[in-house]
Design a protein around this ligand. Structure first.
Ligand code: ADP
Ligand code: CP
Length: 313
């Protein structure tokens, strides 16, 4: 039996704009195809914060200029656009990398909708950073002029923040399972999925939110019965006292210990916190393993040589 792994790609795997993304996905493809060559059954998910924010901002600016010609585009549609645009680049880079290694594996991006609870308290408190980073002054001006909420993002500058409800159910799960069984490389749950609520007559209504891709990847991993959830980001290991002289990297940690470290405030909200919470919840729910490491170290991490392994054993 192959080991099934859900790989969640972070911002550094995709870059912040079209040009950066085109370059970044080439390196991402090399690292992902390395795992496929090692006989892992890989299912890919990815973030979309910079991209969804960029698309929404561009659409809003057009609407302000000429609302008749350019009617407003909702955030859920911007998320849908970001899924396809990122999936398109990733899909192409993966296809090219696999063919260069004589691997014949079809690769497909699924426009994935994810149900959220309309009563999720997250709708009343925007926390998810999207779009580009701004200075404090720029952010305050944007908040006044564009009717958006802004907040400081983990010590890295200011960004727009939007509601981020928890993912409840992946609508296209049957298709995802079907394509995995058919040995396809599936890209799904991009940007945490298009957030929808169930309406009347089977209608799925998009809602104004961006789901956290780490939580959605954990739900995906649990739902498809994955053996491993791998969250790839810009750091090789999760750390205590991150960025201080007392920094201590974690190699192996139990959900119980992680909860203790979360309570002690070691992980920045909006950056490392959702990753450790998603990994911890997956391990608690399934008794399987999760790994947090960098894109470049994914293969070594799976071989137990680096990264932060979250396991109950
Ligand atoms: N305790 C911590 N240990 C390691 N990294 C941390 C910690 N707290 C915050 N970080 C920061 O969180 C970043 C990952 O979050 P982010 O960049 O938002 O994720 P993504 O890769 O999904 O875009 C790391 O690159 C690091 O700078
Ligand atoms: N949707 C989401 O979590 O995107 P980022 O990983 O880019 O923040």
């Amino acid at each position: 039996m192959m080991t099934k792994v859900v790989v969640a790609l972070g911002g550094n795997a995709l870059g912040n704009n079209l040009k950066e993304q085109m370059e970044a996905v080439k390196k991402t493809a090399v690292n992902v195809v390395d795992l496929i060559e090692e006989d892992y059954e890989v299912v890919l998910a990815h973030g979309n914060g910079p991209q969804a924010g960029m698309i929404k901002l561009a659409m809003d600016e057009m609407t302000v200029k000429d609302p008749k010609k350019y009617p407003p585009v909702s955030l859920s549609v911007s998320v849908a656009m970001s899924q396809t645009y990122i999936g398109y680049d990733l899909q192409n880079a993966l296809r090219e990398e696999m063919l260069s290694r004589k691997l014949e594996k079809p690769v497909v991006t699924i426009a994935t909708q994810v149900e959220v609870d309309p009563n999720d308290p997250a709708f009343d408190k925007p926390t998810k950073p999207i779009g580009r980073f701004m200075s404090k002054e720029e952010a305050m001006q944007a908040a006044m002029e564009k009717d958006i909420v802004v907040a400081e993002d983990a010590g890295r500058g200011y960004r727009q923040v939007v509601a981020s409800p928890k993912p409840q159910e992946i609508i296209e799960i049957e298709t995802i399972n079907h394509l995995i069984s058919a040995n396809e490389l599936v890209i799904t749950c991009g940007g945490g999925g298009i957030p929808v609520i169930k309406g009347e007559n089977n209608h799925l209504q998009g809602v104004s939110a961006v789901i956290d891709k780490d939580f959605c990847s954990a739900l995906l991993a649990e739902t498809i019965n994955a053996d491993f959830l791998i969250i790839l980001t810009a750091v090789e290991q999760v750390a205590l006292n991150f960025g201080t002289p007392e920094q201590k990297n974690l190699a192996k940690v139990s959900p119980y210990e992680l909860q203790k470290y979360i309570n002690q405030g070691h992980f920045a909200p909006g950056s490392m916190l959702p990753k450790v919470e998603a990994a911890m919840n997956f391990v608690k729910q399934t008794d399987k393993k999760a790994l947090i490491t960098s894109l470049e170290k994914a293969k070594e991490g799976l071989a137990g040589k680096t990264g932060t392994l979250i396991t109950s054993n």
